[in-house]
Write a protein that binds this ligand. Structure first.
Ligand code: ADE
Ligand code: ZN
Length: 345
């Protein structure tokens, strides 16, 4: 059995983690106090806070356990509330810096972090300022020898075609510091199939040199994964686990090497699978699909990357060689600069 200490010591990348999901309880309490915002209820744990964001008719994933008791859409509203507490560039930079320090503590040397500006209500109309403040925090962290972090700018699935193309054009024209990719997240079943709507934005992104990573096959079935590959030039699929329902898709993923960025505890917490025994990770790997193992939203889910890897190792009987291979896959799948990737390999 490989312990978490050993897992932390393996140099690795993380490629599926949302900055919106990295606020620890103490961060939220301090930010709420600074902004004069009341907590939604008693705050003994992040779990307690999350349960105040109840399910409503837009919630499509069945209740899981933990902070996701209200399903994915209620969980996303919790993220809105948290991000709404960040109002100043100093707060944004500090959050970014702390995230880099936590990544480093898990032995993560490079991260593609997902940032979805629609959650950050105080920055409407000045998303460029938010990105600059985050980049400053990441710059300072890198100067201090902490984890190197680039940003995947994420569209929310319910955004319009016009909004998406405007954003893609703006990203390509202005190339905000550290923004390396365009992404899509949010609840797939609220918006329906959205790939065709976002295709023009992803054409612009690809032609303009931005990388592409897409959430699919979490709250959608395998068709969402096909759509991301066919219409959005996806280089990676975030989650993608529902690909298991389509043999042709599994074969295609194995053949092309498009990685699935899997998040085990997230899937259990948000009710995508009821337990590890029914989770398809091992079967996908057995059939030749490249996978990475990630945290998704570590703070509200109550996990760290070493917990996720250890959970997988225990469930599937992986030893050190398999975990080193997993680290290798994480670096290859990442959008890390070539020199850093070479150093980590
Ligand atoms: N944003 C943050 N976490 C997410 C998830 N698990 N699925 C879709 N969008 C998200
Ligand atoms: Zn995610």
């Amino acid at each position: 059995r490989v312990d978490e200490e050993t897992i932390r010591s393996i140099p690795k990348a993380e490629v599926h983690v949302h900055l919106e999901g990295t606020f620890e309880l103490i961060d939220l309490i301090e930010l709420a106090r600074e902004s004069g915002v009341p907590l939604p209820g008693p705050a003994a744990t992040l779990f307690d806070l999350g349960t105040h964001f109840a399910p409503d008719t837009t919630d499509t994933i069945d209740a899981g356990s933990g902070v996701g008791t209200g399903g994915l859409s209620a969980f996303l509203r919790f993220l809105d509330w948290q991000c709404g507490l960040i109002r100043t560039p100093q707060q944004a930079s500090a959050l970014a810096y702390r995230f880099a320090a936590r990544q480093s503590a898990s032995g993560i040397r490079y991260t593609d972090v997902i940032v979805n500006p629609t959650h950050w209500s105080a920055w409407r109309g000045r998303v460029g300022d938010l990105l600059s403040a985050l980049a400053e925090g990441f710059d300072e962290a890198e100067r201090d020898g902490l984890c190197v972090i680039n940003i995947a700018y994420s569209l929310l699935r319910t955004q319009s075609q016009d909004e998406a193309t405007t954003i893609a054009r703006w990203l390509v024209e202005t190339r905000p510091s550290r923004v390396i990719a365009l992404s899509v997240d949010g609840d797939e079943r609220v918006a329906g199939r959205t790939a065709e709507k976002f295709a023009p934005a992803f054409d612009i992104a690809r032609d303009g040199g931005l990388r592409r990573t897409i959430h699919a096959g979490e709250s959608s079935g395998a068709e969402g994964v096909w759509d991301a590959i066919r219409h959005l030039h996806a280089e990676r699929i975030d989650h993608g686990v529902r690909a298991i329902d389509d043999d042709e898709l599994v074969a295609h993923l194995a053949e092309t090497g498009i990685p699935l960025d899997v998040c085990l505890r997230s899937n259990l917490t948000l009710g995508v699978y009821p337990d590890l025994a029914s989770h398809p990770l091992a079967e996908l790997m057995r059939r030749g699909v490249t996978v990475t193992v990630n945290t998704d939203d570590p703070a509200p889910i109550g996990t760290r990357l070493e917990n996720e890897w250890s959970l997988a190792a225990d469930a599937y009987g992986w030893g050190l060689p398999q975990l080193i291979a997993l680290a290798h896959a994480s670096v290859t799948a990442s959008f890390a600069p070539d020199a850093l990737a070479a150093e980590l390999h």
